[in-house]
Design a protein around this ligand. Structure first.
Ligand SMILES: [Zn+2]
Length: 228
């Protein structure tokens, strides 16, 4: 039977383990315990204090009673490339790091499950241990910085097309986010209303922010990207 991944670090580990000694500069510790991150029972691993710095701000993610991390969690936590880039990791298709302009392409055509999908804006935050392992290409979780977004490819396809049209017509992202447009003519008012009815249900939702982020890349071929 094919193994089912429960925790994302274990999925990533199969692609990271060859580099374990380069990624983790700490000694293996022995002793029965539970991994402080994924909860798996372990007889060896790394000391939590050897892997996670005191300056780390999400200690609430770690079980306070455990001082050990399993090898997959330690390696995935230390692998810097998983913080510096957007990526997906698929048990079948491997690892793909991608640039902003490729985000939309992979959102609407994700890899074969099981997979994890992470999109960074800051290029420095931990995403992998916050996310979930996906088993569907139609509806899956995207870790968008610190937010976990449920992405439904069918439901979001049309709104994304509308957003592209709007953006190409010069409607800026802030106006799309708030719905406070500044139309210059009556024709434009009608157009904006027609567009808005197709995206208004997304207003205030994290899916909209993710789509707006992905927009820039898609349109960069024809237009200079404005960073806000
Ligand atoms: Zn673990």
């Amino acid at each position: 039977m094919e193994s089912r991944y429960v925790f994302p670090t274990h999925l990533a580990y199969q692609f990271l383990k060859d580099r374990e000694s380069q990624v983790v500069k700490a000694n293996i510790v022995y002793g029965d315990g539970e991994c402080a991150l994924c909860g798996q029972r372990v007889s060896e691993g790394y000391g939590v204090g050897d892997i996670v710095s005191g300056a780390f701000t999400n200690w609430d993610r770690f079980a306070p009673w455990s001082r050990i991390l399993c090898r997959p969690c330690a390696v995935a936590f230390k692998a810097e490339e998983l913080r510096h880039h957007s990526f997906w990791i698929s048990a079948r298709d491997g690892v793909k790091f991608f640039a902003k302009q490729e985000t939309a392409r992979y959102l609407f055509d994700p890899p074969e499950p099981p997979f994890v999908f992470c999109v960074t804006v800051s290029h420095k935050k931990h995403m992998l241990f916050r996310t979930k392992v996906n088993y569907s290409r139609k509806s899956f979780y995207v870790q968008f910085e610190e937010q976990t977004v449920l992405f439904d490819t069918e439901a979001l396809k049309k709104p994304f097309e509308v957003l592209q049209e709007m953006y190409l017509s010069g409607v800026d992202r802030a106006a799309i986010q708030t719905g406070e447009y500044k139309p210059k003519s009556k024709v434009q008012v009608e157009k904006l209303l027609a567009w808005d009815t197709q995206i208004e249900r997304l207003r205030g939702r994290p899916e909209l922010n993710l789509l707006l982020y992905a927009l820039g890349g898609v349109l960069s071929g024809g237009k200079v990207e404005k960073e806000e």
